[in-house]
Design a binder for this molecule. Structure first.
Ligand code: GCO
Length: 471
């Protein structure tokens, strides 16, 4: 499948991947990104930027609990203050609008808007109402994620995503928020990256709540996807004008050799990262190869669950960052085999834009009901410093240009991609890596909360201005 796709790209102009030296960012004239209806925005998430974790009745989340455990987060960082966005949201919206970004993807903190009995928290809801109303006043397209990992701790105390009831509590939360915010949300995403919530949270324990058991991971995934499926019809009923979808991170796995064992390992890597989520959503069934990888971990599935999970989607959000090179682990799985001499980011992730293109063209072949796609996250971390009031984030500029070129190549190969969100608008709390890893196109000095526009954001703004002038 990937070979067919590469045949297509051999015919594309080399400029698509090399870019012009004169301007290190602006896409070539033949790029589909010049289409004025191709949405360009930036993304953030509640726990990563808001702070104010004990304000206006916000309840603790599993990330408040997890980040307080010594050793779980680099340097003992927590989201207690973060970018103080809860108090600085007006200036942040002005900054977003001044960059000419057309879309903004944010998430709602469930613990901020409902109490433990499921009653509305008015002050928390009003924060999001003010924020979304201001974004709409600025003409910004709003993508709202209901769950970007900050599960209320009181639900985790009752089993969290291992407890089927949590899926129904999520549907109640979706009901409340879609009633309260209808008319200010252009697109609802139920979940952000269920793979991270299920595998990192319950499979290897690297994320909150920090449990480590493959069977927990598959059952948590099932309840997360069930929560998604229960919420979609509720969102449709309460806010019919908006788009409904989900956001999945995807992984490109390549084989360390042509051996059958390594080829199988690469396949299993992509089953575990991609098909585990996309098959239930788009085919209504789990990939059986997953249970070759993790024998005996089939989740408890009740009658009707898979039909609920595979509710039709208006869009699929795709988050892409890097490629992983794998080899057979000799048993029934895969092991990472890091390649030497490749370009990497501050996260150690390999820069590999072709992986985004090849995954997307592959999905087009695999999933015949693939909905329109938005790249809801793409970006990189770098050790950015402010020098004389500026941040010259050269690698990020090159990273973004190359990945936008890959998006253009996928569009030219027939993939329906309608937008792209930079991860992230601003430096923020990078989960287990805390504040050391900087993903923003805007620098944040956490000691003063001063925001500094990075060179990458300046170039994005310049491209958006040129595109607007051409329209
Ligand atoms: C994710 C999350 C973001 C991360 C970003 C960098 O995709 O993991 O949505 O919250 O910060 O991806 O890891």
């Amino acid at each position: 499948m990937a070979n067919d796709a590469s045949a297509v790209f051999d015919t594309l102009s080399p400029a698509v991947s090399k870019g012009s030296l004169a301007d290190p960012f602006t896409p070539p004239a033949d790029s589909s990104l010049w289409r004025k209806n191709f949405l360009l925005g930036a993304a953030t998430a509640s726990y990563q930027i808001e702070g104010a974790v004990n304000e206006d009745g916000r309840l603790p989340s599993i990330w408040d609990t997890f980040s307080a455990i010594p050793g779980k987060v680099l340097a003992g960082d927590t989201g207690a203050v973060a970018c103080d966005h809860y108090h600085r949201w007006e200036a942040d919206v002005e900054m977003l609008a001044s960059l000419g970004l057309e879309g903004y993807r944010l998430s709602i903190a469930w613990p901020r808007v409902m109490d433990a009995a499921g009653a509305p928290n008015r002050k928390g809801i009003d924060f999001y109402k003010r924020l979304l109303n201001r974004l709409k006043e600025k003409g910004i397209t709003t993508f709202v994620t209901l769950y970007h990992w900050d599960l209320p701790q009181h639900l985790e105390d009752r089993g969290g995503w291992l407890n089927r009831d949590t899926a129904y509590r999520f549907a109640d939360y979706a009901d409340l928020m879609s009633c309260e915010l209808a008319g200010t949300v252009d697109a609802w995403a139920t979940l952000n990256e269920p793979w991270c919530s299920a595998y990192l949270g319950y499979g290897n324990g690297h994320h909150a709540p920090g449990l480590a058991n493959d069977r927990f991971a598959t059952q948590a995934m099932h309840h997360l996807l069930l929560a998604h499926g229960l919420a979609v019809p509720v969102l449709r009923a309460n806010d019919p004008a908006s788009q409904k979808g989900i956001v999945a991170n995807i992984g490109r796995g390549t084989a360390n050799s042509d051996s059958a064992a390594d080829q199988r390992a690469a396949h299993l890597f992509e089953v575990q990262h991609n098909a585990w989520i996309l098959d239930p959503l788009l085919k209504g069934s789990y990939p059986q190869d997953l249970f070759e990888l993790w024998p005996g971990t089939e989740p408890l599935v009740l009658d009707g669950d898979m039909e609920t999970i595979s509710a039709p989607l208006d869009f699929l959000g795709i988050n892409y960052y890097f490629r992983t090179n794998v080899a057979s682990d000799g048993a029934h799985g895969f092991r990472d085999v890091p390649l030497e001499g490749v370009e990497r980011t501050q996260m150690g992730w390999e820069v590999y834009p072709d992986g985004l293109r090849d995954l997307l063209t592959g999905f087009k072949e695999t999933y015949h009901n693939l909905p329109p796609i938005y790249i809801t996250e793409n970006g990189m971390a770098s050790d950015d410093e402010v020098t004389d009031g500026r941040v010259e984030d050269t690698q990020r500029i090159s990273f973004l240009r190359r990945h936008l070129a890959a998006v253009d190549q996928a569009i030219k190969a027939g993939v329906d991609i309608r937008g792209y969100f930079l991860w992230s608008l601003m430096d923020n709390f990078e989960w287990a890596f805390g504040y050391e890893r900087r993903f923003g196109v805007v620098h944040v000095d956490y000691s003063t909360q001063k925001r500094t526009i990075k060179r990458s954001a300046e170039l994005v703004e310049k491209f958006l201005q040129e595109r607007k002038a051409k329209a």
